[in-house]
Design a protein around this ligand. Sequence first.
Ligand code: ADP
Length: 281
Amino acid sequence: MVMMGEAAIRPVLRLKNVGVTYPGGVVALRAANIEFHKGEFAVLLGLSGAGKSTLLRSLNLLVRPTTGTVSAPDLGALTQSRVLRQHRRRTALVFQHHQLIERHTALANVLTGRLGYHSTLRSFLPLPRADIELALHCLRRVGLADKALSRVDQLSGGQKQRVGIARALAQQPTMILADEPVASLDPATSEKVLTLLRDICREDGITAVVSLHQLEYAQRFADRIVGIANTRIVFDGTPGDLSSTKLAEIYAGHLGAPATPKSFERPAHTPASLKPEMEMV
Ligand code: ADP
């Protein structure tokens, strides 16, 4: 444990030389060495295609590193499936396109956050009353108690993302990974959603790692900014430490070329994105 002033900085996840090359040879992340700490709100900042999502997804091995190791101080390297299951149970995900089941109620969606706590067989039965109470409590925390029985397809984009946050909370996580959680929302709604996420994480001491491409939000909400450019971590510090030179590097894009639009956009409903959650059961 490192002591900085009064505060103890406790590592909760450590990446050592993590590199990712996708099938087909696309190098998406190079030799990432980084630790995340208990209770911090860390923003991965970079252009589309920089490697943010790949880094974020390697934190719970949704993307398997081609090189290097991901480890948690209390679990060791996340290699064995039992250890990985434990890690995934306490690591919740929030997606850009929320990945909710639209025809189900908000409550039913939030309850899926509990599946990792039950056996596959048990999850076919009605979930225990304690789970339902917890799910309702999570909906209350995101201000949607009155929408518990509304179908998700009747909710606004911001409300859907708040249900996504409630589902993450129902998992009682120690860490939340949020992949561009506000990229599909208007500015006013984005601010509300990020404020909610940051405040809840702060209250509960949850470590948040959030990928964003908007500097303004990173500067406003992050305790720590991890700048990524062209598949490498090029900055790691507080928003106040981010110099204009570093900013130019983060936003310079590939080999100094101007920013290009995202060349690879994940489909809104990638079944694979849900799969690891289902693997937990
Ligand atoms: P960001 O989240 O910063 O937009 P990504 O991590 O999604 O960046 O992408 C980094 C690089 O990896 C990009 O060149 C992207 O096109 C590529 N990439 C991402 N996912 C895949 C995939 N499943 N298969 C092949 N290439 C991918």
